[in-house]
Each structure stands twice: as C-alpha cells, then as structure tokens.
Design a protein around this ligand. Structure first.
Ligand code: DON
Length: 582
C-alpha cells in the first residue's frame, strides 16, 4: 500500500503542493471565523449513571427529550430521532435539517447498521466548480456561497433510521412533536447558543432571513432572550404530517434550492427530489479483544480510527501509560492514517476505495514497522505543507436503551450555523458542507485536510467526512458509545477516548476530559490542548515533534456500560452538554 502511495507522488505533484500552500495560507482568514473563544483549561465533565437508559447530547433540552422517549417505551433509535430533530431547534449551529451526518446503530439482537445521510453535490456539480479564473481554489465559493451548499440529508436519514430500526411504538410525527413545540413556543437562549451567536455575528448578519430569526435589530439574541422559530416549526410540522416527501418535494424543497441558487449556487428542486439516505454495512475492526464498529466511507472516520487502533495494538500502551513514549506512538499512528485518508478515500459510490486493504492488520503492521524513536517528518511519508483549520461546529450524541440497543450519531452543517443562511420561509439553516471536497488535488479544506483526486466534486457525490460515530462492543454487547464534533480532530479525539478507557484504564469522566492532542499528517505539527505536563511536551519535542498549543475543539459525549448501569459523560468543552438518564 505504502509503495503505491509513493509511486503516486510525482515531482509535479510536489511542485503543485508547494504552490498551493500559499493559497491555503491566504485563505486562513476564514479559519479565524470558525475558531472558538479562548479556553485555558478543559472544564470538568458532567456525568450521570442511569439504570434504564441514557442520552448524552450537546444541548440539555434535546437530551431530556431523548430520555422521555426512552422512558415512554421507545428504543434507542426512536430516542435518537427525537434528539436529532430537537437539536435542529435548540442547537442550531450544528443540529440541523439543512445538513447531514451519520448514524451508527447496534441492536440488542446483534445486528449493526450504518445510516449515511451525508449531503450530496448537486447534479450540476463539476470537478472544477470551486476554482477561480486562474484555476486555484476559491475560498468564497467553497465556504461562503450557495455553491458550498450540499443537498441536505438529515430529514431522509432520521426518517430512514426510524422506519427500519425504530421500535414501531412512535410515528415520525410523535418524535417531531417536541421539536415543533420548542420551535413554536421558543426557549431561552443560554449555554453554547449564547456563546456561538455573538461569535458568528458577522457571518449570520449577511443574510436578512437569518437576522430575522436570530437577531434583534443588528445584534444577535443574548443570554436569556427567547428564540422563536415559526418557519422552522411549520417545516417540521409539514414533515410530521406528510413525511420526508414534504421536505424533498414541493415548496420547502423549492425554497431551499432557490436560496442556494440566489447565493450563487447550482442546486435545483430535482436535486432534493433525488436525495436518498443510504444504509451501509458498518465498518468493523478489533482492538485488544473488543469489536469496534464505526462509519465506513464516505466518512473517513471509521477507517482512520481502525487503522490507528491496528497500529497501536502492537504496542503495550497499558504498560507505557499516558507517557511521552505512548503519545509518540499515538502521534505516529495518526500521521500515517491521516496520510492514507488524503490519498485513498472518497465517496465509495463514485471512486474505488481500498477499504479492506487499509483496515487490514497487515497494513498496520507495515506502518508500525516504519515508526522509530523519533518523529517521522510528514514530508517523508508524503509531501505537502498545510495550515490546519479548527472547529467544533458539528454535534455528536450517544444513546442506549434498557435492552442494550445503542445509537451513535454525528451530524453537522459544517461551519457553525453552516453557511449562515436560512432558506427564506423555511427556517432551515443551510450547510456549507461541500468545502469537505478537495477543490483541487493537493489543496486543503477549512480543517487543513489535504485531499487528492478521489475527493474531487462530482454530480451526486458525497464529500469525504471525518465524522466518527463509534460503538465499541465487548463480548458482542455495547461497552462504549462515543463520537465527537471537531472537523479533522474528530477521529483523533475518538481514538484517544478509546485508548484512555481500554489502555490507560481511565474512568470515563477522566477519559473524556483528559487533554487531547492531534496530528493529521499535514501540517507537520502536533496540536495540544491545555493540560499536558510541560515535561511530557518537552519529551515529545526531544523526539522531533513540533508542538503547537490549541484550544479545545472536540466534545466527545460518551456512554460506558458498567456493571452498575449506563454511565453517561457529557464533554463540557462546550457549555450545556448533558448526560441524562433514568
Ligand atoms: O464532515 C466533516 O468532517 C466536517 N464537515 C465536520 C465539521 C465539524 O466537525 C466542524 N466542527 N466541529
């Protein structure tokens, strides 16, 4: 595998990468817009032990709605669908109807399912759609125009999950009812919503339809103000009455497509009519006797995670403990898996993706053999230099019910509030997900992730994602349910939660709050959250790692199944996450 990578990297691509570097750096202004506020320490997690069921989500009202559904006899999928719709109202920067994501399901019967409701490129998409007149990536087209809007998948995805894996005790309308009430009656702005609205003021204020909902005059709603979303309530009600068809055909679809087009896009109502959520076979790996179930492409998350775990399985991390020796190996595993991501991954329905090869233990063994005592320069693996972006604008929730059915769901609008544009008359915030495509081979997206030909835009294609909803099984039953927002940092965050629990034997609360580090092949740097011991960082520097301080960007809302019950841990890297159980 590695040989084919090296053969792939010609002198020409080296030069192309070097010249594209300048472009990426010049696009970094928009990165600042998605960086969160300054955080100097990781806040303590909130946890709850539930005997019968548990929901851990990034917003407390939505989490409680999920628990109510469980308490009324719903299964984990019913609850997840209710939480997904509720977050579209209560956590509008990432919860959504106008975006997409991935739901991983483990049923107590032993069956696993992966629902891919990732956005698609419109039928009129072309490989060069994000280039400027000189053939270079155009950051405005990629992130700040209607061209960046993918055909939304969330309504189709949640409806498919319910139809196939719900308990049958709740209709879609039943599960939409709490979201409709919250949208119509409104609720007090608080927690992360109160933090994110002013942080995104500039991007939101560009669109009158958005200002009309989230602003009073020229200022965003403030802590304690009431957020009422009447158009969104009507849209949700239409879906409750007529099913997903109400969203994907007729006036709502027409308004969404028109809003994207008026903002410079190419989406048509037919694109919405043709959207399908897809059920895929989940990706399965093993780690020290546990089964790891995660998301297959078009997310890179599961494959990168399994590749990193396969590499690390060859080391006695438990003996090393959370030391420089252990983190050096973890970093080197990340570097190699993210390099493979860049070259080999894309939408499996459009390009060949060597899933089995990359997930194989033999591939990991070859990569492990390259890891020495010192950092491998990324340029020695594959060439390139990129600036990393940041973000925690996605949202992850984990659910388990009394029978042991489990759901791990991550969905997003990409940036905080997506494009920032509410399609007029619908209340639906539109995503800017198509920035996850590679605008040009060797170019990086907002998260600094470099890509090549496999992830170029094409009609109906799904951009490569990093979302990593994951369920770890022990003896065939759920042990750990986890996932996170955080752009490129999602995969490394999920890895570290798993390693912290399985290898470092940390209680879940510590496993979630422990500072995390991140390496993504390019740029050749290790991003470290606050809280690592200076001596450990010095030891990593001595091994040749370039250490860069970073603020927290992830939020791994997780559940551990313990002999005493379900232990939910809400990651408070953002305000307002809640583990709620019963
Ligand atoms: O699918 C992806 O990988 C990204 N669009 C996710 C974006 C994200 O996580 C933003 N911040 N949390």
């Amino acid at each position: 595998m590695r040989q084919s990578v090296q053969a792939f990297v010609s002198r020409r691509s080296l030069l192309r990468l070097a010249s594209l570097c300048l472009l990426t750096l010049s696009g970094s202004a928009s990165l600042a817009q998605i960086a969160p506020r300054s955080v100097t320490a990781i806040p303590p997690a909130q946890s709850f032990l539930g005997r019968n069921g548990m929901v851990v989500a990034q917003e407390s009202r939505a989490a409680r709605i999920g628990v109510t559904i469980l308490d009324r006899g719903g299964n984990a999928v019913d609850a997840a669908v209710a939480v997904g719709f509720a977050l579209a109202v209560t956590y509008p920067r990432a919860g959504n109807l106008g975006g997409g994501g991935f739901m991983l399901i483990h049923l107590a019967s032993g069956r696993d399912a992966a629902i891919d409701y990732r956005e698609t490129a419109p039928a009129a998409a072309t490989a060069s759609m994000f280039l400027d007149a000189r053939g270079n990536p155009d950051q405005t087209k990629l992130r700040d125009s209607g061209l960046s809007v993918g055909v939304p998948g969330t309504v189709a995805g949640l409806a498919l999950a319910l139809a196939k894996y719900g308990s049958g005790r709740f209709t879609l309308a039943d599960l939409l009812a709490p979201a409709i009430a919250l949208a119509k009656d409104g609720f007090a702005v608080e927690d992360d919503l109160a933090d994110s609205l002013p942080a995104e003021k500039g991007r939101l204020a560009r669109w009158p339809s958005t200002k009309a909902i989230f602003f009073v005059g020229d200022d965003p709603l403030r802590e304690g103000d009431r957020l009422i979303q009447n158009d969104l309530a009507d849209t949700l009600r239409a879906v409750a009455e007529r099913g997903p068809a109400a969203f994907y055909a007729g006036p709502i679809a027409e308004r969404i497509a028109a809003a994207a087009r008026e903002a410079g896009g190419i989406m048509t109502a037919d694109d919405l009519a043709n959207y399908r959520a897809i059920e895929r076979a989940p990706l399965r790996g093993t780690y020290r006797g546990y089964d790891v179930i995660s998301m297959p492409p078009p997310s890179s998350g599961g494959l990168c995670l399994i590749e990193m775990l396969n590499i690390l399985e060859g080391y006695d991390l438990a003996k090393l403990g959370p030391s420089a020796d252990a983190f050096h190996r973890i970093i080197e595993a990340m570097r190699r898996a993210y390099a493979d991501r860049a070259f080999f991954l894309g939408d499996p329905d459009k390009v060949p993706v060597p899933v089995a090869d990359l997930a194989a233990k033999e591939h990991a063994a070859r990569l492990r053999a390259q890891i020495g005592a010192h950092a491998t320069p990324s340029i020695a693996i594959l060439p390139g230099r990129r600036q990393t972006g940041e973000g925690r604008n996605t949202t992850h929730f984990s659910v388990i019910d009394r029978d042991g059915n489990a759901v791990s769901n991550t969905y997003t609008l990409n940036f905080s509030y997506g494009l920032g544009l509410v399609a007029p008359g619908t209340g639906v915030l539109l995503n800017n997900e198509l920035d996850d495509f590679t605008a040009k081979p060797g170019a990086a997206n907002a998260y600094g992730l470099v890509g090549f030909d496999k992830n170029l835009p094409a009609p109906d294609k799904r951009p490569l994602s990093s979302m990593t909803p994951t369920i770890v099984l022990k003896n065939g039953t759920p042990f750990l349910i986890t996932g996170s927002p955080g752009g490129s940092r999602i995969i490394s965050a999920v890895l570290q939660v798993i390693v912290n629990v399985i290898d470092f034997r940390m209680p879940l609360g510590r496993a979630v709050t422990a500072p995390r580090l991140h390496q993504q092949w390019e740029p050749d740097a290790v991003y470290v959250e606050p809280g690592f011991a200076p001596a450990l960082l010095d030891a990593l520097r001595a091994r040749g790692h370039v250490i860069v301080a970073t603020e927290p960007h992830t939020a791994a809302n997780s559940i551990l199944v313990t002999p005493d019950g379900y232990l939910g841990v809400a990651d408070r890297r953002t305000r307002g996450s809640l583990a709620a159980g019963y």
